[in-house]
Design a protein around this ligand. Structure first.
Ligand code: XLS
Ligand code: CA
Ligand code: CA
Length: 448
């Protein structure tokens, strides 16, 4: 460990000001056009509704490397050869970025923050050191932690999985990391703790006992829940679904799969779901579908805000710029009563070809503005449009009479048969899809 903690005197983003709201007419790429943190919408400020977070891994750790070539960005906080000293520099760069951008939250994996040591104890010591420094930075800047997590998928020991590994010794290492990451999350006042099952799945079913692996995963998550509660974690545990990549099949396929798993293993009171937009599309769903399924199950916890590329089938983690997507997302979030512990974490990376430090800022500004516009439009639709009433009316036949008896379980299948015979052919009722789609666009056009 380097002798003295870094004191953060260096500026890593010189020439970049604190980002201000300048309004829709501004041409300044380093200003918000829609995100006006203090503006009140539907009873809360934009900052309170959106709860933006910057993720540590894509923004400060990744340098643009891909399977075909090395990184394209040389970050000034990555030059020191002592890995702990480099981690201290990275922390300073991160907190400078957070404060200049004006987001209230951040997110990390254990190994983003501190390097892996030569033993479990050394890894814990280094993480503890960086957590202490991060705690000081949080205090001086007012930043808060949206969630912490453990990276139990990059190290080669996890090639066959972490909690679902066929080797118990590997499971113990995953437990050591999750324990330390929970300690770190609690020390930093994190509101959530995330499990993304990166290698919890299989590449080949012939050599896999999927039933046993799923039982191990349920037991492991229960142990993590019990440990977290025992050290005073009162936030939300989150599972982040993703159907594949890196594995051929990952067990947390989508929101409905995870909801069933949580109920089967007695975890649904402590766990909710973290929906990532790009993972939804990998599962063959839309972002809005995944949010709706999670919300309907009472399990919508938080969001990883990004987008995929419709022309390919992998996890491109691009910044969200599609207003239609964010309007749909915010319709679900607002109808669900808004975020409680959760928020909008930009699990998104600039393209390999985007090499200026400024690109990190413009990418986040674009994502924040797109969600802020989405919030404004969605709030306007919910407050002023006939959408909710139209949807309710489609189901009006269940609000009284035999329809209500059906919903209340008072009728059997033969009763329904007799009603069909007695009432004859139902009247045709249009679903009016084109009309509702136009209505959404009308509100996108008219919202100020
Ligand atoms: C990867 C995931 C990962 C989780 C946190 O695809 O999005 O970054 O959010 O481990
Ligand atoms: Ca994610
Ligand atoms: Ca992703």
């Amino acid at each position: 460990m380097s002798a003295k903690p870094h004191i953060g005197t260096r500026e890593y983003f010189p020439g970049i000001p604190t980002i201000a709201y300048e309004g829709p007419e501004s041409d300044n790429p380093l200003a918000f056009k829609a995100y006006d943190a203090g503006r009140v919408v539907a009873g809360k400020t934009m900052e309170e509704h959106l709860r933006f977070a910057v993720c540590y891994w894509h923004t400060f750790c990744a340098d643009g490397g891909d399977p075909f070539g090395p990184g394209t960005r040389q970050y000034p906080w990555k030059v020191k050869s002592d890995p702990v000293a480099a981690a201290e520099d990275k922390l300073d760069a991160a907190f400078e970025f957070f404060t200049k951008l004006g987001v209230p939250f951040w997110c990390f994996h254990d190994r983003d923050l501190a390097p892996e040591g030569a033993s479990v104890a050394e890894s814990e010591k280094w993480l503890q050191h960086l957590v202490d420094l991060a705690g000081e930075r949080q205090k001086s800047t007012g930043m808060k932690l949206l969630w912490g997590t453990a990276n139990v998928f990059s190290h080669p020991r996890y090639m066959n999985g972490a909690s679902t590994n066929p080797d118990f010794n590997v499971v113990t290492h995953a437990a050591a990391q999750v324990k330390a990451a929970l300690d770190a999350t609690v020390a930093l006042g994190g509101r959530n703790y995330v499990f993304w099952g990166g290698r919890e799945g299989y590449a080949c079913l012939f050599n896999t006992d999927a039933k046993r692996e799923l039982e191990h995963m349920g037991r492991f998550l229960g142990m993590a829940r019990d440990y977290g509660r025992s050290i005073g974690f009162d936030g939300t545990f989150l599972i982040e679904p993703k159907p594949m990549e890196p594995m051929y099949h990952q067990y947390d396929v989508d929101a409905q799969t995870v909801a069933g798993f949580l109920r089967e293993h007695g975890l649904a009171d402590d766990f909710k779901i973290n929906i990532e937009a790009n993972h939804a599309t990998l599962a063959g769903h839309s972002f809005a579908h995944e949010l709706q399924m999670a919300a309907d199950a009472g399990l919508l916890g938080s969001i990883d805000a990004n987008r995929g590329n419709p022309q390919n089938g992998w996890d491109t983690d691009q910044f969200p710029t599609d207003l239609y997507d964010t309007v749909q997302a915010m319709l679900v979030v607002l109808s669900d009563g808004g975020f409680k512990n959760g928020g909008l974490n930009f699990d998104a990376k600039v393209r390999r070809e985007s090499t200026d430090p400024e690109d990190l800022f413009t990418a986040h500004i674009g994502g924040m503005d797109t969600f802020a516009r989405g919030l404004l439009v969605a709030a306007n639709i919910l407050e002023n449009s006939p959408l909710a009433e139209f949807r309710k009316q489609r189901y009006a036949s269940f609000d009284s009479g035999k329809g209500r008896d059906f919903e209340n379980g008072k009728l059997g299948l033969a009763d329904l048969r007799d009603l069909a015979q007695a009432n004859g052919e139902p009247e045709k009722r249009s679903g009016k899809q084109e009309w509702v789609e136009n209505l959404i666009n009308d509100y996108i056009f008219r919202t100020k």
